[in-house]
Design a protein. Structure first.
Length: 40
């Protein structure tokens, strides 16, 4: 992943790995909420 400093690359990865949780709203990955999706 590439982009300018401060674009949110690290934050996105932390959310995708479940290390960070959104304070409001939700994150969808392929139409499923990230908090309930299983990544087996």
């Amino acid at each position: 992943m590439i982009g300018p400093n401060g674009a949110g690359k690290s934050t996105l990865l932390l959310h995708l790995n479940g290390i960070l949780k959104p304070k409001e709203g939700s994150i969808l990955l392929m139409g499923l909420k990230l908090t309930t999706a299983r990544m087996d």
